[in-house]
Write a protein that binds this ligand. Structure first.
Ligand code: 4NP
Length: 152
């Protein structure tokens, strides 16, 4: 079993898309994918309507997801923890207890743009195009992640 966790700030815009996209590219139940946010503002909520809409336009349903907060125990549960942006990355690292925890944490766009330390922009306060842009970035990164996982 390989477990992958996608993490953003609110767990309503970016990481639900990353979770849904990666799930759509993985064809085995030996890979488990979840998402979480570093803050609790939206706990229990559905993904943002705009994330639901853009996912739907690409044939993916993320309506079954509910926001939750990242917890320290996630370091024990998950093998790979993908942060959507630099701030999420730092916030997760602050919670790590040791090197075993911290080495699980990566910036998701380093999969598609290695060593560039790029962030998936927070689309929350912007317009619909921001969600389309986020979708495309995550689709590209998740394609690479799915291929890597398939070869494990
Ligand atoms: P996410 O986007 O981190 O991609 O889920 C955000 C969602 C909510 C807020 C900010 C970003 N907020 O400030 O409530």
């Amino acid at each position: 079993m390989i477990k992958v966790l996608m993490v953003c700030l609110g767990n309503i815009c970016r990481s639900p898309l990353a979770e849904g996209i990666l799930k759509s590219k993985v064809y085995t139940d030996k890979i488990v994918i979840d998402s979480a946010g570093t803050v609790a503002y939206h706990v229990g909520n559905l993904p943002d309507k705009r994330s639901i809409e853009v996912a739907k336009n690409y044939g993916i349903s993320i309506n079954d997801q509910r926001a939750r907060k990242f917890v320290v125990k996630d370091f024990d549960e998950f093998d790979y923890i993908y942060a959507m942006d630099e701030s999420n990355y730092q916030n997760i690292l602050k919670l790590s207890r040791n090197e075993n925890d911290s080495k699980k944490v990566r910036l998701i766009l380093n999969e598609s743009y290695p060593n560039e330390n790029l962030s998936v922009p927070d689309p929350y306060y912007g317009g619909d195009q921001g969600f389309v842009d986020v979708y495309k970035m995550l689709d590209e990164a998740c394609e690479i992640i799915a291929n890597k996982l398939a070869s494990k």
